[in-house]
Design a protein around this ligand. Structure first.
Ligand SMILES: [Zn+2]
Length: 298
C-alpha cells in the first residue's frame, strides 16, 4: 500500500502519514502549543517551507519510500504556486510545490508534491472519511472568512465565498473589497464590521430573544448561505453539502433548508443534502494526502 504524507498549513503546520486513506500514527505539528499562533506569520516563505519539510520528515518516521506529499494551503493555488494567501502574505508568488520537493530531496525523500487550496483538501478528506471518493462533495467553512471546498478537484478558481448573493449597494463588508459577496454577510470579520456595537454571538443571541435588527440579520445570514448553495446546485448539480468552521454554531438548519427550498425549484435538482461536519486537522491532512496520491497517479 502506497505511503503518502498530508500536510495542512494554517496558523500551524500539521502533517501525518496516510496509508490507504487512513492516518497511521499521530499528527506532527509546529508550533506544538496552540497559543503560539504567530510563529508562522513571522517566518519568510523559505522558513515556512523548512518547517513543512521538518514536519513531513517527522510524520514519515523511518520511511523514505513516500509515494507523494500533499499540502493544503489557505489561499488561491494554481500549478503548484500560491497566487494569493491573505493570511500568510509572504507566500504570495511562492512556487511551494517545487520548494518543498527540493527540501525533501535534500533530506532523502524523493516524492512529488501537490499543493491544493485547504478547503478543497478538507472536501477530499470528508469524501475519504465517508467512503465517497467517487461522488461530488462540497463544503462551506464558516470562519473569519468563508471558504468553499470541492471534491473532486476540477480546473477553475472556485472562490465560492465571494459568490454574489445580494444586489444591495450597501453590502460592502467583504475582505476582498467586492460588493454583495457571501463572505461580506457571513464572515466573522464582516459581521464585526457591520455590528460595531455587538459581537456576532451577541447578535445571534439577541435574534433569539426577538430583537428586530438582529432577527433581520439572522435571516439575511441564512438567505445568503442558501443563495450561494442554490447557485452551486444550479451550476454543478445537486449532491452533498457540508458546513464546518467555528460559526456553524449560528446555523439554524430548518431556516436554512426552508430558504434553500424556496430557491431551488427544478425537480431534477432536488436530490441535495446539507449537514454539519466537525472540522478536524486529521480530515484535512487525509484530504491533502488523498489529493496528492491522485495527482501522482495521473
Ligand atoms: Zn469578496
Amino acid at each position: 500500500m502506497a505511503k503518502t504524507v498530508g500536510v495542512t498549513l494554517s496558523e500551524r503546520v500539521v502533517a501525518g502519514l496516510v496509508v490507504d486513506h487512513q492516518l497511521v500514527g499521530t499528527l506532527c505539528s509546529f508550533p506544538e502549543a496552540s497559543d503560539d499562533e504567530y510563529a508562522l506569520v513571522e517566518l519568510p516563505a523559505e522558513g515556512i517551507v523548512e518547517t513543512m519539510a521538518a514536519q513531513v520528515l517527522a510524520a514519515a518516521g523511518k520511511a523514505r519510500d513516500i509515494a507523494a506529499v500533499g499540502v493544503g494551503v489557505p489561499g488561491l493555488v494554481r500549478n503548484g504556486a500560491v497566487e494569493e494567501a491573505p493570511n500568510l502574505p509572504q507566500l504570495k508568488g511562492a512556487r511551494l510545490a517545487e520548494m518543498l520537493a527540493a527540501a525533501l530531496r535534500e533530506a532523502g525523500i524523493e516524492a512529488p508534491v501537490a499543493i491544493i487550496n485547504d478547503a478543497d483538501g478538507f472536501a477530499a478528506g470528508i469524501a475519504a472519511s465517508i467512503g465517497k471518493l467517487d461522488s461530488v462533495i462540497r463544503v462551506w467553512t464558516l470562519g473569519v472568512g468563508i471558504g468553499y471546498g470541492r471534491y473532486p478537484l476540477t480546473e477553475g478558481v472556485w472562490e465560492g465565498g465571494h459568490t454574489v448573493v445580494t444586489l444591495d449597494d450597501k453590502e460592502n463588508y467583504c475582505g476582498c473589497g467586492g460588493r454583495g459577496h457571501l463572505e461580506g454577510i457571513m464572515g466573522h470579520r464582516a459581521m464585526r464590521l457591520r455590528f460595531l456595537d455587538l459581537e456576532p454571538e451577541e447578535v445571534f443571541a439577541a435574534a433569539k430573544t426577538g430583537d428586530a435588527r438582529c432577527g433581520e440579520f439572522k435571516r439575511l445570514w441564512h438567505k445568503a448561505l442558501a443563495a450561494a448553495t442554490a447557485t452551486s446546485i444550479h451550476l454543478r448539480g445537486p449532491g452533498r453539502f457540508f458546513l464546518a468552521g467555528f460559526n456553524v454554531r449560528f446555523v439554524d438548519m430548518p431556516m436554512l433548508k426552508d430558504y434553500l427550498q424556496q430557491m431551488v425549484k427544478m425537480s431534477p435538482l432536488q436530490s441535495y443534502s446539507i449537514e454539519i461536519v466537525t472540522d478536524a486537522a486529521e480530515t484535512r491532512v487525509i484530504g491533502a494526502a488523498v489529493n496528492a496520491e491522485k495527482v501522482a497517479a495521473g
